[in-house]
Design a protein around this ligand. Structure first.
Ligand code: 48H
Length: 300
């Protein structure tokens, strides 16, 4: 069989497609608009793609990022409203921030809004953060603003990307590194699918100067430190009492262990504080507060 080169095959195919697009003799008959569209498409169809190059590009660039973030300034664990806010603001201040999220998507409990109605309520005190992230919002009643969850997640995530935050999704934190100095100095991570399937695969580590536990109701990092004998007590969250829970969240946002700052719902869970339902101002403000605490600690 006669061998034809890649280029020859490419031009032969292209000529055939162009001719069929313009020749009325060849079936199927195309309307003038479709014919024009096909000719337009053919004009741009001049790129040869190599599958191996595509794979190389993904593996090489991600490996580079992983190595770069083996030692970061701040590891924010959990990409819900509090973690995203903290990460975006810390990135803005010039720190090297990695956000580790066990799910495929970023956004945590924001996506679900209130009982799957894709709306969140934000109170007056956090309106400034809605404005900072350019999330459109409308007043419902004095002091209550409503925003769409898709826009809220997208805009804070975009702000974090712009601030240079690197995302490691599908990474589950399964342990922490605490050495002789009694300070949290890194995270022990594994792929979420490994965790889900229960495969026996040893984890890897990521070093950080400080970690932020933004894992929501589960307060994962705090519980890990508690379980292994660190001086942390997780009291567990209380009943629904929005007013009280939102008023107290900033006093619970703090460094609970050397090198570990807690924020968002996790902060209330550690403190034995009440819950607040789908009002998200406290989450944004707690993320902002965590960013200030971390920034001060790192500049010390
Ligand atoms: C990596 C992990 C791990 C792990 C969990 O739940 P979140 O949205 O957290 P917050 O605190 O920013 O916001 C809480 C809010 O969404 C909420 O639930 C409210 C206001 N509830 C009130 C009420 O009364 O119920 O996000 C936490 C994120 C999630 O995306 C998890 O997947 C992630 O942390 N995460 N990531 N390693 N081990 N555990």
């Amino acid at each position: 069989m006669q061998k034809t080169g890649k280029k020859t095959r490419y031009w032969r195919n292209k000529r055939y497609l162009c001719e069929s697009a313009t020749s009325s003799a060849l079936p199927p008959p195309l309307t003038p608009i479709l014919r024009e569209a096909r000719v337009q498409i053919m004009r741009y169809d001049t790129m040869e793609l190599d599958e191996i190059t595509i794979s190389r590009a993904i593996v090489a660039t991600q490996m580079e990022k992983l190595l770069e973030f083996k030692e970061m300034d701040v590891a924010v664990v959990g990409g819900g409203p509090s973690g995203l806010t903290a990460a975006a603001l810390l990135g803005d201040r010039g720190f090297r921030v990695g956000l580790i999220e066990k799910k495929l998507s970023i956004g945590g409990g924001m996506w679900g809004g209130g009982m799957m109605f894709p709306r969140i309520v934000v109170q007056e005190q956090a309106k400034g953060l809605l404005e900072r992230f350019e999330i459109s919002h409308s007043p419902y009643k004095e002091g209550y603003y409503v925003a769409g969850t898709v826009e809220a997640v997208s805009k804070i995530t975009a702000a974090a990307c712009d601030a240079g935050v690197e995302f490691f999704n599908l990474f589950s934190v399964e342990d922490v590194m605490i050495r002789g100095d009694g300070r949290l100095s890194g995270l022990v991570v594994n792929w979420t699918p490994v965790e889900m399937t229960g495969l026996h695969v040893d984890p890897l580590t990521m070093g950080c100067k400080i970690a932020v536990d933004a894992t929501g109701h589960d307060a994962v990092l705090a519980r890990l430190v508690e379980k292994k004998g660190g001086k942390v007590k997780v009291r567990g969250e209380g009943f629904m009492w929005a007013d009280r829970a939102e008023s107290e969240i900033l006093s619970h946002t703090r460094e609970i262990y050397p090198g570990l700052v807690i924020c968002g719902m996790a902060a209330n869970a550690v403190a034995g504080e009440y819950r607040m339902g789908p009002v998200f101002g406290g989450m944004f403000l707690s993320g902002e507060c965590a960013a200030s605490l971390v920034s001060t600690a790192l500049r010390r």
